[in-house]
Design a protein around this ligand. Structure first.
Ligand SMILES: Nc1ncnc2c1ncn2[C@@H]1O[C@H](COP(=O)(O)OP(=O)(O)O)[C@@H](O)[C@H]1O
Ligand SMILES: [Mg+2]
Length: 236
């Protein structure tokens, strides 16, 4: 790991605004309201890094079942089949439902077990967790701030660049409830913006990224032919 090695997001036009991408090993919140393409952006990072850089990745889904997620990704020309030797999708909800004797294991233990085992077998460099709030709820944190701090420390020890997807309420600027915005190294915010009576556009911005001279501005986020793109907002 070099001093300034970065993981590209492969959102065209956005990596340049981040000084090339996310610094390796960092934990980044990817926060936004429903429909802002968080899951797509998260998987796109794994997909493109696998295809273009040969980097292994893991996507742990707590929210959306594997079939549902795969169908969505195929529709977006990001088929999990294209990268199946490099990218593992873990359907944590299904695993917990199906495994005998797992009933009283906590979600957090199951999460850690899969994250550790895949680190050992696949040696992924990038981890996406979809989503952090669901993990927090399912893990039944007793002292949320303390438990979240411990979880972040645990994730850091995986030595993988980690994207923690976070669901936000529309129009909220709250990135987390238990200090997530301080614990994480970076925050990328995706939102819907009403541009006039009839039109809504998707927007994306880097709120924070440690060790990076990034643009704090919003860009228009577009998706076309399997490519995510961030472009400058043209003032009306
Ligand atoms: N083929 C497509 N082309 C462009 N956008 C699509 C396509 N299929 C679905 N979408 C959009 O993707 C959105 C869902 O993306 P997703 O990554 O699941 O968002 P989030 O995880 O933030 O809720 C849908 O609301 C829909 O507008
Ligand atoms: Mg999602």
């Amino acid at each position: 790991m070099g001093q300034d090695d970065r993981i590209r997001t492969f959102i065209h036009g956005f990596d340049e605004k981040l000084g090339g991408g996310i610094p390796e090993g960092q934990i980044v919140l990817l926060a936004g309201e429903p429909g802002t393409m968080k899951s797509t952006i998260g998987f796109n990072i794994l997909y493109q890094n696998a295809l273009r850089e040969g980097k292994a990745g893991t996507y742990i889904s707590l929210e959306q079942g594997r079939d549902n997620l795969s169908r969505h990704l195929e529709q977006m020309s990001l088929s999990p089949h294209d990268v199946e030797s490099k990218v593992s999708i873990v359907d944590l909800g299904m695993i917990r439902r199906n495994l005998d004797g797992m009933a009283d294991r906590t979600w957090l233990e199951i999460f850690k077990m899969y994250a550790t085992n895949l680190k050992r077998t696949l040696n992924y460099e990038i981890l996406v967790v979809d989503s952090l709030p669901v993990l927090e709820v399912m893990a039944r944190f007793e002292n949320p701030r303390e438990d979240l701090f411990q979880l972040c420390e645990w994730i850091r020890d995986l030595h993988a660049t980690t994207i923690l997807i976070t669901e936000m309420k529309p129009n909220s600027e709250d990135f987390g409830k238990h200090g997530e915005e301080y614990l994480c190294d970076g925050i990328i915010h995706a939102k819907m913006e009403r541009v006039d009576d009839a039109n809504i556009q998707r927007r994306i911005r880097c709120v924070k990224m440690r060790g990076t001279n990034h643009s704090p501005n919003y860009f228009t986020l577009m998706f076309q032919n399997g490519i995510l793109q961030a472009t400058r907002i043209i003032a009306e």
